[in-house]
Design a protein around this ligand. Structure first.
Ligand code: TRP
Length: 454
């Protein structure tokens, strides 16, 4: 039996258990951002100091906004647009529109990148990396990018899987998929991290990740860490708001926000522990950039014992991570159409999935036939939508949500929402102070920096 929340005669889904809620939210947070992006930007920004500041951002910005989103979601039991409309309406409804629009945009290219991970999973299962030398492996990635057909195919496969899960609903679709995939992901990653740390590159990797070199810490690096914290925790886009709206009243939201942020950070660091020892063992570039996963790791997989197995495990993990994150992106938009437009979930998932698939087509072709067409600042289509979403829409969404939570949501509403059931939140004043004065200022700094004001 799946649980429902009755909302004026209409049924809305509920998580069947608190564990399910936490797994699904952790699944949303843990994604390509942790396993692909975190290691490469840590590598580019010099390691330890970046990691330390990233963790500080999780506390000062990440956890406060996450709790804010969950409180708004559970209090209103609505999608982002409906939530803001029912709380304040007016200008704040625009915040809801902004975040739902961001869902369309992010998912369209997220599916394309996730498609690459599926392609790499197949490549590794076929043993394509074994026997290849370091000069040949990066060529595999260029070949994939040059093939419009392959990218379109995997984009379609990935999107279909997302739709197939979302249309099953909250507890039978989202929750079940996450409960299976997330623990498996932890196990695979833990294994790879232990393997990495015990390898010859383990010691330099630990040094690189955990002993800060303060000379590498520039203001820009600080801002970069903040932006990464938002993206990695799935904030600023109403994902945690929507997932929070399916949580039952006794759920301890502050504890959930801390647990999810903790797991997300652990996975990012485990990914670093899996990747950097290999990078150091084989004398590769830590600052290898976005190609780190697709171009460098397979080189290593081609040389190490049982490399085919490790490669398959690793890309399977990336596929899981991407899939559970993509679920939350589609769910935000589907929740909007179900709540506000009264569509049924099946229809919403299929139709919106198809529209977002179409939106993603130019991204899938952006390194092939469309590669000469540039948009925002010399970027191809995929990089342009990524820029638009993660540097404009997300920080703006995060800022508005923080300002709303800190300044417009009354203590009476926020505190009583958090303390429903048996929950006591002794740190309420700390959270309230952060979300009112600290968080919005920090996010505003990132935003102004990203759009080039300073
Ligand atoms: N957090 C995910 C990652 O690390 C991506 C993601 C899923 C996301 N849902 C989101 C990012 C909502 C921002 C907003 O890959």
């Amino acid at each position: 039996m799946s649980k429902h929340h009755h909302d004026g005669g209409r049924k809305r889904g509920l998580w069947s258990s608190r564990f399910g809620f936490i797994m699904a939210s952790a699944g949303s947070a843990i994604g390509l951002g942790n396993i692909w992006k975190f290691p490469y930007i840590t590598g580019m920004h010099g390691g330890g100091a970046f990691v330390l500041f990233y963790i500080l951002c999780i506390f000062l910005v990440g956890i406060p906004i996450m709790l804010g989103e969950m409180v708004i979601g559970r209090h209103t039991r609505r999608n982002p647009v409906g939530a803001f409309r029912s709380l304040r309406g007016g200008i704040w409804t625009v915040t809801g529109w902004l975040v739902v629009a961001a869902g369309f945009v992010i998912l369209s290219y997220y599916c394309v990148v996730a498609g690459w991970t599926l392609d790499y999973l197949l490549l590794s299962l076929r043993g394509a990396f074994s026997g290849q030398n370091a000069a040949q492996v990066p060529g595999l990635f260029s070949k994939l990018l040059a093939s419009d057909a392959r990218q379109l195919f995997w984009h379609a496969v990935f999107m279909s899987s997302v739709v197939a899960i979302v249309l099953r609903g909250v507890s039978k679709g989202l929750e079940k998929a996450n409960k299976i995939m997330m623990p498996l992901l932890f196990l695979i990653l833990l294994f790879l991290a232990v393997y990495g740390v015990l390898s010859p590159g383990g010691a330099p990797a630990l040094h690189f990740l955990f002993s800060p070199d303060w000379s590498k810490l520039t203001p820009l690096v600080l801002l970069e860490a903040l932006g990464q914290a938002l993206f990695s925790l799935s904030l600023g886009m109403g994902a945690m708001l929507t997932y929070g709206s399916y949580a039952d009243d006794g759920t301890n939201l502050p504890a959930a926000a801390c647990a999810i942020s903790f797991m997300d950070t652990c996975v990012a660091i485990l990914a670093g522990l899996a990747i950097f020892p290999i990078v150091f063992t084989y004398g590769m570039q830590a600052a290898g950039g976005p190609g780190l996963v697709f171009k460098t790791l397979p080189v290593v997989f081609s040389r190490m014992p049982a490399g085919t197995l490790f490669a398959a495990l690793f890309f399977l993990l990336l596929v899981f991570a991407a899939l559970t994150s993509a679920l939350s992106l589609l769910e935000v938009v589907v929740a909007y159409y179900c709540d506000e437009k009264k569509w049924d979930r099946r229809r919403a998932a299929l139709l919106i999935g198809f529209v977002i698939f179409l939106l993603g087509v130019p991204s899938a072709l952006s390194n092939g036939i469309l590669k000469d067409i540039v948009f925002i600042g010399e970027r191809n289509f995929l990089d342009s939508v990524d820029f638009l979403a993660s540097t404009v829409m997300l920080p703006l969404g995060g800022l508005l949500i923080a300002v709303y939570t800190g300044w417009a949501l009354t203590t009476r509403v926020a505190k009583s929402e958090i303390e429903k059931g048996e929950v006591r939140f002794h740190l309420y004043p700390v959270w309230h102070f952060l979300i009112k004065y600290i968080t919005p200022v920090l996010v505003a700094l990132v935003f102004l920096n990203k759009i080039g004001v300073f």
